[in-house]
Design a protein around this ligand. Structure first.
Ligand code: GL7
Length: 833
């Protein structure tokens, strides 16, 4: 059906005048929520507003889909088990350029705009940096007008909500869908069937060829839920397609008809389980069957979806890799390598060699971690029971692969064992990182140091085999959410001086460098930070009842709680400073508020005890009258995207203190720096590049380098010696061991202190003195407000490299070979009627 789309432009539901926005809002309240103002709840108003904005996104979304369909453009598919999107409403307003106007409209209607924004439950479909990176990347893809789809899982329960009870973390389920999700559109007509379990059979086809058939034990349906992803002030609206699992009705019926009602119900329940909940572990494999099913489920749905698109665009299968560039966000979707092979071999009857070429040319793999405990491996029996056919295919890939290795490295049996897709040492495992490496044409790390360490260590054998596959793509974050939306006062201060070109081209911030020497500008800069701190202090008071002084330095460490990230090193410094202040009340240090935030994986007991350590030390210090508010310690509960948006703009100091060689990149470090916080950090992950960009003189560096860490371990590390020879360190540890921060309970932190004294795998003791000395330097620097502000300005305006737009440009050029496709809005050349 041909359709004139022009009339939609001036419609109540699409027009961008204030009057039409108001009318649209009231219509939605009436026709969607079924309410009138006296009865409407805050959620009704939020939904009415959200639908009013969504209405205005649809024209771009439909136009984008049409343009892509007609151009047959090369498309980037970003496969990720996590997309940590954060609230949509504010971001969509920013990207459409109507934030201010909509705020006015809402206020003219007598409603509180901030309250409506806060009403949105954030879709927390990710654990931390990896999931948030995926969200920043799809924002940049849309902004750069690259045809792209994000593919993932629509978890019914996202990352748990954290509360703090008696100083301990408690977890509550995240019911983010309970009030409705206005941003998604289900597309049941594009559902996919996914098979699981069962066995395989051989058969001979009509041409006498031996083939394999997979006879699954169960089938589940994947229903796509689409969310439009707007570019910043472009016509592009790409799609985030998340799969929800359901029971296929026909299947239910079969069992049902056999009279097994409960069997049918069971099947429905187990099918729906697959997309029920996000595993809350970051960088720790869970080894659970359901997790493997989740991974396969979304990968299979997504690849079949690509095949569907290929078919409707009449593109031959042999050109799959020309149409799609598929990025594997870590090993979670690595099963895609075997699944695409299976689809091509068994369902489309393509020859092995052709199938393998298409596969390798389609995929590229990003590694996100150096921690050995995070490298996914699946026990062979478990793998075989869920994906019997894939295991056969993996064996075949492996045998051909190892033949290639044998020729290149004649007689090197040890190397073969190291490279094999199957770990044969004792219990046998499938190594997902190896599958990803073998099946991809490009492999990248996420910061320069990380990419180097991959080549030297974790993926050394693959590097020696295929050096040409390896590259670096340093992470980045979107300045739309992390500057404009979260720090509007800083953004307008910047735009007042240099216009707003920086929002799409963050390097333009450098034009402000000379302003660091301008006293008036410094004053304005300081005032913005100060106002953000006042707002955050109010938030803290509301959430924790703790009063903090906005005059004090706001020193933040927010990230997942992990031993390698060393929140406990931060605590050791706090205790040592506390101790010195008690001894010498005249010590000249600026008042400081130490703020922590982050979730611990529910089963990671040491991390949970680290939270208890922070809150316990805070309890003692915060009420010690001797300290008279010169230091405070606060644990900000439930760190997520929403709280992050308040935190980064309010920070003076950013703690990036992981053991060198452990943090692949970090992205919080970038968000802080962009918002004018100075960093105290090790030479780890992207800290190295941040320091390079902002200048060594504007960065507080301490600690061993990755090489030194390696050498120290190799020569034998004895933490006890540091304890014995450093009286400050000994004092701090002894206070903890004596129960000074645990109401006399000497056992509460015994596990932590003993662990440090006897093992200290993350070298806290080795870095302790260097860290304490560096913190003294920080304190001295903060006393010189002018100089500090100068450094703060230089940090922000030299952070251009860390825009995710830069990352995405590099992926497009170097890995995806994807080009922008500017979108013409439908009906643009037609007269409105
Ligand atoms: C991580 C890394 O730990 C983190 O350093 C990196 O910035 C992020 C995105 O590349 O990926 N890897 C990982 O498994 N998680 C991360 O945050 C959970």
């Amino acid at each position: 059906m041909e359709q004139n789309t022009a009339p939609y432009r001036e419609h109540n539901r699409t027009s961008l005048t204030k009057e039409k926005l108001k009318q649209g809002f009231l219509d939605n309240l009436y026709f969607i929520q079924g309410k009138f103002p006296t009865l409407a709840s805050r959620n009704d108003y939020y939904l009415a507003l959200a639908y009013t904005i969504r209405d205005r996104m649809l024209h771009r979304w439909i136009s984008t889909a049409t343009n892509y369909y007609e151009s047959g453009a090369r498309t980037v598919c970003y496969l990720s088990a996590e997309f940590l999107m954060g609230p949509h409403l504010g971001n969509n307003l920013v990207n459409m350029g109507i934030f201010g106007m909509v705020k006015e409209v809402v206020e003219e209607l007598g409603l509180n705009f901030e309250e409506l924004l806060a009403q949105e439950e954030e879709p927390g479909l990710g654990n931390g940096g990896l999931g948030r990176l995926a969200a920043c990347f799809i924002d940049s893809l849309a902004t750069l007008e690259i045809p792209a789809l994000g593919y993932g899982i629509r978890y019914e329960f996202g990352i748990f909500e954290q509360t703090i009870v008696d100083g301990w973390q408690m977890e509550k389920t995240d019911k983010w869908l309970r009030n409705g999700n206005p941003w998604e559109v289900p597309r049941p007509e594009w559902a996919q069937e996914v098979r699981l379990g069962g066995h395989t059979e051989q058969y001979t086809d009509e041409n006498g060829r031996l083939r394999v058939r997979w006879v699954p034990a169960k089938i589940v349906l994947g229903i796509p839920y689409d969310t439009p992803i707007l570019g910043y002030r472009t016509n592009t609206a790409n799609t985030l397609r998340l799969w929800k699992s359901e029971a296929p009705e026909s299947f239910d019926f079969e069992v049902f008809n056999r009279g097994d009602y409960y069997g049918a119900v069971d099947q429905k329940v187990t099918s729906e389980n697959i997309s029920k909940v996000l595993y809350p572990n970051d960088e720790q494999l869970s080894g659970k069957q359901l997790r493997l099913e989740q991974q396969y489920f979304f990968v299979s749905c997504s690849l079949r979806d690509m095949l569907r698109v290929l078919a409707i665009q009449n593109i031959p299968l042999s050109r799959f890799h020309e149409k799609f560039a598929v990025q594997l966000n870590d090993t979670h979707p690595a099963i895609a390598v075997a699944e695409l092979m299976r689809l091509l071999l068994d369902e489309y009857l393509v020859d092995w060699d052709d199938a393998w070429e298409i596969t390798q040319r389609t995929f590229a793999y990003t590694n996100h971690t150096l921690l050995p405990e995070a490298l996914e491996q699946w026990p062979l029996p478990l793998f075989a029971s869920v994906l019997p056919r894939h295991l056969e295919i993996i064996f075949e890939i492996n045998s051909r692969f190892l033949d290639e290795v044998r020729i290149k490295f004649l007689g090197d049996e040890a190397r073969l064992a190291r490279l094999s897709l199957i770990n044969e040492g004792g219990e046998r495992y499938v190594r997902m990182a190896h599958l990803a490496c073998v099946g991809s044409h490009a492999i990248n790390g996420v910061a320069e140091l990380h990419s180097e360490l991959l080549k030297q260590d974790v993926l050394k054998d693959f590097y020696e085999l295929w050096p040409e596959k390896f590259r670096n793509k340093t992470n980045g974050v979107t300045p739309r959410r992390w500057m404009i939306l979260s720090n509007p006062s800083l953004a307008s201060l910047v735009s007042d001086r240099i216009g707003n070109g920086w929002v799409r081209d963050l390097e333009q911030l450098r034009q402000l460098e000379p302003m660091a020497d301008d006293a008036d500008f410094r004053k304005e800069w300081w005032d913005v930070k100060r106002a953000n701190k006042v707002a955050f202090a109010q938030y803290i008071f509301k959430r924790t009842g703790i009063l903090v002084d906005p005059e004090s330095m706001f020193d933040f460490q927010v990230k997942r709680i992990h031993e390698y990230k060393r929140q406990h090193l931060n605590v050791l410094h706090i205790i040592s400073l506390y101790r010195r202040l008690k001894e010498n009340p005249n010590l000249e240090v600026p008042p400081r508020t130490f703020l922590f935030g982050g979730k611990a994986a529910p089963g990671y007991h040491t991390a949970k005890r680290m939270i208890k350590l922070i809150t316990s030390v805070g309890e003692v210090i915060n009420r010690d009258p001797d300290i008279r508010d010169r230091i405070k310690v606060v644990f900000v509960p439930n760190f997520n995207v929403t709280t992050g948006q308040k935190i980064y703009p309010a920070a003076d100091l950013s703690e990036q203190i992981s053991t060198a060689g452990k943090e692949a990149s970090g992205t919080g470090n970038m968000k802080f720096s962009m918002n004018g916080a100075l960093t105290i950090g090790t030479l780890d992950g992207a800290n190295v590049e941040i320091r390079e960009e902002v200048g060594a003189e504007n960065f507080f560096l301490f600690g061993l380098t990755a090489d030194e860490v390696y050498a120290l371990r190799a020569s034998g590390y004895h933490p006890y010696d540091y304890y014995n020879t450093n009286p400050h360190l000994k004092d701090v540890i002894d206070l903890l061991r004596g129960g000074s921060f645990s109401r006399g309970d000497a056992d509460l932190f015994r596990g932590l202190t003993d662990g440090l004294l006897h093992h200290d795998p993350y070298l806290l003791f080795a870095d302790f003195q260097s860290y304490v000395d560096c913190q003294e330097e920080v304190s001295r620097a903060y006393l010189d407000r002018d100089h500090w502000t100068r450094m703060s300005i230089l940090n922000a305006v030299r952070s251009g490299k860390f825009s995710s737009d830069r990352s995405i440009r590099q992926y497009c050029e170097d890995i995806w070979k994807a080009e922008p496709v500017p979108i013409t809005l439908l009906g643009q050349n037609e007269e409105p009627t």
